[in-house]
Design a protein around this ligand. Sequence first.
Ligand code: GYE
Length: 311
Amino acid sequence: LLACLLGAGAAAAEDKLTIGFSQIGSESGWRAAETSVSKIEAEKRGIDLKIADAQQKQENQIKAIRNFIAQGVDAIFVAPVVATGWDDVLAEAKDAEIPVVLLDRTIDTKDDSLYLTAVTSDTVHEGAVAGEWLAKTVGDKPCNIVELQGTVGSSPAINRKKGFDEAIASHANLKIIRSQTGDFTRTKGKEVMESFIKAENGGKNICAVYAHNDDMQIGAIQAIKEAGLKPGTDILMVSIDAVPDIFKAMSEGEANATVELTPNMAGPAFDVIAAYKKDGTMPPKWIQTESRLYLPDTAKEEYERRKGLGY
Ligand code: GYE
């Protein structure tokens, strides 16, 4: 019996997966939620998850990946802060036969064998959903849009711009008059919005704000209120992520629409790694998460429900 118990214990310890996650940082509420959900999903599955916070710096992410390789982890997850510059370090992981999963952002590479799969939303589509909502809401009226872009060189910033631009291209009455990065943070979103307001007749020339994430939008809402205008009424507000605070803003009439991005990217990634380790099951190259539009009509209940989730 003892031998049996010891044997079972050894087998269980051997089966336990260790996964290193190179996380970007905590620039947004969505990012903080993704980190929390990753821990919850790892615990559910008995996975030892090691998270390295890169404080928004690619060089820190590269160092973290090298550390994970040196430790001989079973798999590496990375949320790539920018799209370029990953080939060398991912080739090192490949040489060490450690599978890599991209979470929530994609990379530019000619060699897609450098990663096993990517768990992300369709960020071009998200931009298009935002643009189509705005075009429909505005109708035939002229509308000057200001855009708060995400981190320069990141896949969601590039793609959310592209999708939105394509969606409004056939509507000559919709025009982006200013566009600048707010780096996905509330503080920078507010600062950039303040400068837009100053440059555009105290905000009176602005018809709508399109923000690449809710956190920048929440900063913009603050800036608009401080300028004496009403966000959601004087200026239409559309953004992406669906964090609890934007539902609160929508329920108070200060935001008009958001596109949901699930913070649970790690759950599907863990399942892929478990199957791959078990019998070599190859996942599809892209595991796409949903992008649903949310409007003020359900904002109050969505806020109550989401704030109770604990992430
Ligand atoms: O929308 C934003 C975060 O990479 C898709 O990163 C993600 C984005 C998300 O900081 O809030």
